[in-house]
Design a protein around this ligand. Structure first.
Ligand code: PLP
Length: 429
């Protein structure tokens, strides 16, 4: 059934590290070898053996309109015909920036980069440059890309590999990073009591999507806001994953305004885009306005800008967000019903167009609880779903994504496969 994928993986492994270009793709979190995809359309992807799947990975989140949406394809073709990159300012950068700010008014000024990693690096550097301080607070299990000082207790890929910290990162690079458990206000207060005047920033995923999906407990984000205000530290919301997956973002939904925000994924519509931005007085420290240096050859690339603009324009059409959230709710309700009827201890967490299946009695609230869920069972369940034409993240510590292309027929198919896969994966079979 996956003969060609297996052959390709063998070939890839002889030239690409681990046979992949990003670790979690290698299926080490669920066992077996990865499926090589050849094409995608709407809610479906097809692999090199011709198997078709309902896709809940969606390139790890960016494809909120599904694969090869005609508006995005047309925009990209139009842009590339006019020249793929100039390394000079273009109109589309302004248009996308204005569009992003219409959803995220806290981004008074922003800078486009080419990945979420770069966005987080830029935001932390701007915060340090603005405050003249070095230390940052980061939460256990939150992932902010692979910058050295942010790779401490970084969730998902690293967790899947069982190596929460990376080799190759000198201890001195993380000495300014203070790690605190997610949702633990008391621990954050203790960190501020000890380091407050040295703290440049708190960086947080306001909805955590890299240790499975974990929602902020009531009051958690407000406490971060109050502490940062009190100590003149910069509050950074990393909404790279959650951005546009909740209407108005996590900051609109939970009504907490950060000083800086990082975005990525959806704003590039499947092309490499990230951005960071926020308060004018902080962003005006970034070059060329200020002394905090940051640059990129392909930043604001016209093709990527065109894909992002087309994506956000489609999303902004009347009723599109609401419909996407309704479909996600229907899917989650259907899955919960199947689990309950089988008496399974499954906890399904969801917000906006994100969801996540945990094999646990109750939804985890932090990294320790997330890694305490049954990831072996998830591995068996994942393969049962794959066999039935449902492509989920090949790791128990990732979120699943819906798109506007997912139909009620897809939802029914997923619910049926879910029931059978719960049965098949039970009891260590
Ligand atoms: N921040 C968050 C919350 C993410 O989920 C990710 C990637 O998954 C990143 C940052 C890094 O983004 P990228 O993979 O585009 O570098």
């Amino acid at each position: 059934m996956h003969k060609r994928s297996e052959e390709l993986f063998e070939r890839a492994s002889s030239i690409l590290v681990g046979g992949v270009n990003s670790p979690v793709r290698a299926f080490r979190g669920v066992g077996g070898s990865p499926v090589f995809m050849s094409r995608g359309g709407g809610s479906h992807v097809e692999d090199e053996d011709g198997n078709s799947y309902v896709d809940y990975v969606l390139s790890w989140g960016p494809l909120i309109l599904g694969h090869a949406h005609p508006a995005v394809v047309d925009a990209v073709i139009g842009a590339v015909r006019a020249g793929s990159s100039f390394g000079a300012p273009t109109l589309r950068e302004i248009e996308l920036a204005e569009m992003v700010r219409s959803y995220y008014p806290s981004l008074e000024k922003l800078r486009f980069v080419s990945s979420g990693t770069e966005a987080c690096m830029g935001a932390v550097r701007a915060a340090r440059g603005f405050t003249g301080r070095d230390k940052i607070i980061k939460f256990e299990g939150c992932y902010h890309g692979h910058a050295d000082y942010l790779l401490a207790k970084a969730g998902s890929g690293a967790t899947t590999l069982g190596r929460p910290d990376s080799r190759g990162v000198p201890a001195s690079f993380t000495e300014h990073t203070i790690i605190v458990p997610y949702n633990d206000v008391k621990a954050v207060e203790r960190a501020f009591a000890e380091h407050g005047p040295d703290l440049a920033a708190v960086i947080v995923e306001p909805v955590a999507g890299n240790m499975g999906l974990i929602l902020p407990e009531p009051g958690f984000l407000d406490s971060l806001r109050n502490l940062c205000t009190h100590f003149d530290s910069v509050l950074i919301f990393d909404e790279v994953l959650v951005g546009f997956r909740i209407k108005d973002g996590a900051q609109g939904h939970y009504k907490v305004r950060p000083d800086l925000t990082c975005l990525g994924k959806v704003i590039g519509g499947g092309f490499p885009v990230g951005c960071y931005g926020g308060k004018k007085e902080i962003m005006s420290r970034v070059a060329p306005e200020g002394p905090v240096y940051q640059a990129g050859t392909l930043s604001g690339n016209p093709v990527a800008m065109a894909a992002g603009l087309a994506t956000l324009e489609e999303l902004g059409k009347e009723g599109v967000f609401g419909d996407l959230e309704n479909r996600t709710r229907s899917l989650v309700a259907a899955l919960r019903k199947e689990a309950e009827s089988l008496g399974e201890s499954v906890s399904i967490v969801s917000v906006g167009s994100l969801f996540c299946v945990f094999f646990a009695d109750k939804a985890p609230i932090n990294y320790g609880e997330a890694t305490g869920t049954d990831s072996q069972r998830y591995g068996r369940f994942f393969h049962s779903m794959l066999k039935r034409g449902i492509y989920l993240a090949p790791s128990a510590f990732e979120s699943a994504f819906m798109s506007t292309a997912h139909s009620y027929k897809d939802i029914d198919k997923t619910a049926r496969a879910f029931r059978e896969s719960l049965q098949e994966s039970a009891g260590g079979k």
